[in-house]
Design a protein around this ligand. Sequence first.
Ligand SMILES: Cc1cc2nc3c(=O)[nH]c(=O)nc-3n(C[C@H](O)[C@H](O)[C@H](O)COP(=O)(O)OP(=O)(O)OC[C@H]3O[C@@H](n4cnc5c(N)ncnc54)[C@H](O)[C@@H]3O)c2cc1C
Length: 508
Amino acid sequence: MSSTSSQGPGVIVIGSGFGGAVCAARLAEAGHAVTVLERGPWRDTVPVRSMGIERRTPFPRGRQLFTRALRSIGGNHFPGGKLRLNKYGLFELFFGRGTRIVCSSGVGGGSHVYSASHVRPLVENYWQGHNPEISDAVMAPCYDSVLARMGSVTPTAELGIPNTSAARFRDSEHLEAAAPPPDPRLGYLLPKDPANPQKITDANGIERCEVDYNANDEGFLGSPGGGKTTLDFAYLAPAMQQAGLAVRDLCEVTAVIRQYYGAARYRVEYIDHHSGGKAALETDHVILAAGTLNTLRILFHSRDKLGALAGMPQLGLRYGTNGDYLGYWDYNEPGLDQTRGLPTTGGVKLKGDDNSPMIGGGGFPSVDSYPLPKRLRERIKRGAFIAGLGEDIMNGRVSMRAGKLRVTYPFSLSSIFARTQAVFDEIGKRTGRKIYAYKTPLTVHPTGGACLGSSVEDGVIGANGEIFDNPGLYVADAAALPRSPGGPPSITIAAWAEHIASQFPKKT
Ligand SMILES: Cc1cc2nc3c(=O)[nH]c(=O)nc-3n(C[C@H](O)[C@H](O)[C@H](O)COP(=O)(O)OP(=O)(O)OC[C@H]3O[C@@H](n4cnc5c(N)ncnc54)[C@H](O)[C@@H]3O)c2cc1C
């Protein structure tokens, strides 16, 4: 392995998901020189091809489902803490105590695998009471800005989206569609004529294919046609074209070193997976946005293993999962194909249960590409994944012991899990179609651990996203969230990143 070091740009952003892509694009558009270091590859999609990106990695389909679905696997008791299986892989899995975490890898981060439900926090007064300078009123324009840039649409009956909960459970004896959350939005390019989806070119020259409701190719295995709105083209592409944003794919940051002597405050060390070599950049401003698990990993490794960062007494406290509880609903109704329509079909509840937690789901994605016998694929199409979510008490703790990241989450102390489990059981009992869920909840929404607070005594970062005792180092991703949003969090994370960019020192 070779090692190189160079004086870097004005701002280095680590990760290109909801925190990273949004912050990087906005800072570049405000005139800063910004470089994004992203561990995953550019994904091979119609929009990314139209951006002129040459090195692209297809989403796992066919036999590659076995070899490229997983990037890495790790956990509290995993030898070495973590094992990388394939640098082009889509998902990372982590087994903590009382929690299992799924996150993704690639330029655009979680936007490739998400279900594109854009929902503002479902808990009231979400931003109040964490820091005197932050409030719901301060954050409101940031949400508006995200929804506008993502081109989010409001799902209405006139759009003719097939296979929604409302349609599926219209005649059900036991179930009904749940009332939608306030101002529900979706990040998809829906077809003007569902029978004839078109390819379009947007104002930035980005090509996209409208969603094809019969193709079942927009879900958590990626959206090759670009029907799902992802951050690579919605945020990064315009900033690359018009504001000189640099995005380096397959660059995995290992450490952030604070330098007390020398030209720049921080040295960011990374592995360049193109060459296999180690490299480093130096800068005064680093924005961490590697997702909750990996932002915390970088901070702990840098502070506890290398002694290269200071303080942060609250680091790792208040880890949460947004109350996620995922299961498999063995629906198996003859003739039913749950994969038509959008990846999520909307909320469902037991008839008359007005206190139900938010529960929704949908068919499995891209099933025709699975390297399985047709009979089995047809069977999978009759099943569904189902997820409950809601506010948890964020009582988890992330730490590092002997160089290994550990996550401990006493999930049973958050009442949301017992409530969701009870509804899952009751749905199974009443409909005769069981929901299978592991007792230890699996989350796709890990949050916290480097939370917004008012001082070093009760948080890791302040009102502008900067770590209290490491000036110039910021947290822009889900690790910053001080409370569980109680619903899908991506828009809240993106709004936080918009806020950080808006507060960033002006370019002089
Ligand atoms: C299957 C699934 C469905 C979901 N559906 C929804 C939904 O419908 N609505 C919703 O709101 N949310 C949804 N989510 C959650 C949403 O995707 C996450 O909350 C969101 O992506 C988190 O944003 P982030 O910026 O914190 O991290 P991410 O978006 O995960 O971005 C982190 C990025 O950092 C990169 N990275 C990690 N480590 C390093 C490193 N060491 N060096 C460089 N780069 C690194 C990663 O590769 C990744 O690209 C879903 C998630 C999953 C997995």
